[in-house]
Design a protein around this ligand. Sequence first.
Ligand code: GN1
Ligand code: MG
Length: 360
Amino acid sequence: MRLSETAARAATEFEAGEISRIEPLGRGLVNDTFLVDTAGRRFVLQRINSRVFPEPAAVMANLRVLSDHAQRRPADPCGWRLPEIIPTRTGGDFHQDEEGGYWRALSFIEGARSLAALVDSAQAEEVGRALGRFHVLAAGIPPASLHDTLPGFHIAPAYLARFDEITAGLRPRSSPAELQGALAFVEARRSGTGVLEEAKRQGKLSLRVIHGDPKLDNVLFDETSGRAVSLIDLDTVKPGLIHYDLGDCLRSCCNCAGESGQEPWFDLSLCRAILGGYLAETGDLLAPTDLDYLYEAVRLLPFELGLRFLTDHLAGDMYFKVDEPGQNLRRAWTQFHLVESVEQQKPAILAMFQGLRLRG
Ligand code: GN1
Ligand code: MG
């Protein structure tokens, strides 16, 4: 059955009334997402990618823990909120179709939209505040109460090990120059891959509940006030290092060229504004040791994503959706150029972080 038909059928599991329209929503690379229109409401319908998330039911169990926790807290005075689970007509948190697909429905945040790129530091500060609010909320959830829905997610040495497996049989010299360059880029930076995991092992950094995917696409801004009112895409909410979130948010939001941009760079003033908003919201949530590893996170997360895109390109585009062959290799290069931009600005980034430390 075609995906649009399967989606239309799945929508009726959540809505008894007439469904007037279903259309694809967002730019996600993993799940299939639709916006469903009915007479009374609009909602988001998603098929969870079970090749990526081996246990979709565990993803929903985590979402249920988060959602219940959020609902126990007083409403946010600025209107910041998370999408809520819409139950199936029989009261379940998800529906499994005849083909084995897992579907869930979430409330649609009305009057809000994501931005293709940040244009000023006021927007950047809003991003920082949105992530900060999420971390403050998540700090009330014991990490052990959540499943590890995606083993190895953001574990950079594990991505490197997978890359080594995939490249074992490859003859780099007979590869196209663009690929040879990417392989050499990884080789030159291989030794720094374990820095966050090592700090975790040494007890310098500890596990918390993180979002896992706080890229710019996942921050919703109110269309009227311009304030960031939601952080969506909650599939990867699970135990992890807060550095994964900070590094991922900064690599995405401080690169105004986007994930397919040809000439990405790391914008330091956006970074300063994001962290300013974040710290204003989180107070002393970050310990001094956390700040010690912030630069490493900012450098490592784009490297890790580039490595993931590159590995997927070599593996035949099994994980990230592509529109055309070679797209994951180009995505990898965008992230690698971003890494270079971070490396070139290392002294300025460190000086800026030092300033944050003195202010805190
Ligand atoms: C994936 O599916 P989407 O677009 O929300 C990926 C993230 C990457 C992101 C890059 C579960 O997120 O880790 O940073 O693409 N999600 C997963 O755009 O792997
Ligand atoms: Mg995601």
